[in-house]
Design a binder for this molecule. Structure first.
Ligand code: FDA
Length: 419
């Protein structure tokens, strides 16, 4: 039987960071993970360079059934706190786009930093690969100075500890170790789970309806993309990428987190231009085909497809611009700047960057991430129903929730240690 103050299940972003901070606060920590390789999701993140935070992180950049929950943790561990840690480890980074910070060299810098923080504490053990078979709760144990205790049965032996931190992430990318373990533990102890769903994920369309656009696969352009109506309307100005099966790119990934199946998304394919004014002005000076004029606003392949598609629907858009009626040019402009499409689904967890939904935050303390009705059980990172936008927000939530949890664990140990 091994005893620790705390066992953290999941050696990913949140789990490793929590282990390092808790270890440095004097807790004896075990972190275990069933995957062969440590923190594989960090390694593949940000195209191998890890977009580890966003300078402008706020609660508005997150989705949750309980939107105010994330404020407390985010305010106590900021992007600046994390870049301070990187500076101490002499890890070089740069800002790429809209506050997104990436490593100059490699995502591995972040993994090595997290492991070094754990090692520096002298208090953190890591068992990996290690599979958890079961978790049992008992009000207390003579082996540890905690108000409650847990017994974990694993394939490397039995562990008794005062607290468990579940940091097993979401369901995306199952081939590198994602499981529903965290949700099962939540249910075992009576915590509700907001139904998980793939988020930051490409959208797919009915094959026949998409056929005219499938040939545009690989083409990318800046767009305004929106979904929802009135009060719950949300829009992003980001790039769109056509794929064989539908739409991807940063704009689509962002909107996918908000998209409700059965509802449309709307796209403005030339967000910086008044297309109607442009075309009616072109009519006064040009004899070029409409597609050629459009090609000054959007990629030529898109302009050609657009005009051909319009012709199939009965519009006379294949003629020279000076021969087109004002009405048909205005219809074309309207079509291009308010393109409404109806996705039939998403590419699912195989391609999703994150999982929306998760352990219901109404059952957790926003100060410490501890279950309010289950002493000593904590949930941090992506397993919790807090989902960030694309752009470094999900890692910032991992760091901030892990930090709040580690502080909570230390306070609890102090409160329950014998004088
Ligand atoms: P994380 O998934 O990191 O770790 C969970 C750990 O738990 C894993 O090591 C897993 O093996 C382990 N585990 C699971 N089940 C277990 C079980 N039953 N027993 C034991 N261990 C178990 N975010 C961002 O902010 N910037 C970015 O650049 C990117 N880029 C990106 C690219 C790609 C391709 C993906 C898939 C995701 C991103 N993300 C991202 C999202 C980001 O990677 C994610 O939100 C964080 O890694 C979440 O951190 P966690 O520690 O919560 O889970």
């Amino acid at each position: 039987m091994h005893s620790f103050d705390v066992t953290i299940i999941g050696a990913g972003a949140a789990g490793l960071f929590c282990a390092g901070v808790a270890g440095q606060l004097g807790l004896k920590v075990l972190v275990l993970d069933h995957a062969d390789k440590v923190a594989e999701k960090i390694r593949i993140s940000g195209g191998g360079r890890c977009n580890f935070t966003n300078r402008d992180t706020g609660a508005a950049n997150f989705l949750s059934d309980n939107p105010r929950f994330c404020r407390s943790a985010l305010s106590r561990y900021s992007p600046r706190d994390f870049t301070g840690l990187l500076d101490r480890h002499r890890i070089a980074y740069h800002e790429k786009h809209k506050g997104q910070l990436f490593c100059d060299h490699s995502a591995d810098d972040i993994i090595q930093m997290l492991l070094a923080e754990c090692a520096a504490s002298g208090n953190v053990s890591r068992w990996q690969p290690c599979a958890v078979r079961s978790i049992r709760f008992s009000p207390s144990s003579p082996r540890i100075h905690w108000p409650s205790s847990y017994e974990i049965d694993s394939n490397q032996g039995t562990v008794v500890c005062g607290a468990i931190v579940v940091a097993t992430g979401g369901l995306s990318i199952p081939k590198i170790g994602a499981t529903d373990f965290g949700y099962r533990v939540a249910r075992q102890f009576g915590l509700p789970v907001v139904t998980p769903r793939p988020a930051l994920v490409p959208l797919t369309f009915d094959e026949a309806a998409w056929a005219p656009f499938a040939q545009l696969a690989g083409l990318s352009l800046p767009v305004k993309i929106e979904t929802g109506s009135k009060k719950d309307k949300i829009a992003f100005l980001e790039d769109l990428l056509f794929t064989h099966r539908g739409l991807s790119g940063p704009g689509v990934l962002q909107i996918s987190s908000y998209w409700q199946p059965g509802t449309p998304i709307r796209l403005n394919l030339a967000p910086d231009t008044d297309v109607a004014a442009f075309l009616t002005e072109a009519k006064t000076r040009s004899r070029k085909r409409i597609a050629n004029e459009l090609a000054t606003l959007v990629p030529a392949r898109l302009a050609d497809t657009w005009v051909a598609q319009g012709a199939r629907l009965g519009h006379q858009w294949e003629r020279p611009v000076n021969e087109a009626s004002d009405k048909s040019l205005i219809a074309l402009a309207e079509h291009l700047s308010r393109w409404e499409v109806n996705p039939t689904g998403t590419e699912g967890y195989r391609k999703a960057e994150v999982t929306a939904g998760g352990v219901d935050t109404r059952a957790l303390s926003s100060q410490t991430l501890e279950a309010t009705q289950q002493s000593g059980l904590y949930f941090i990172g992506e397993v919790v129903d807090v989902t960030g936008w694309l752009g470094g927000y999900n890692f910032q939530w991992a760091w901030a929730s892990a930090f709040a949890c580690a502080q909570g664990l230390a306070a609890k140990l102090q409160g329950s240690s014998p004088p």
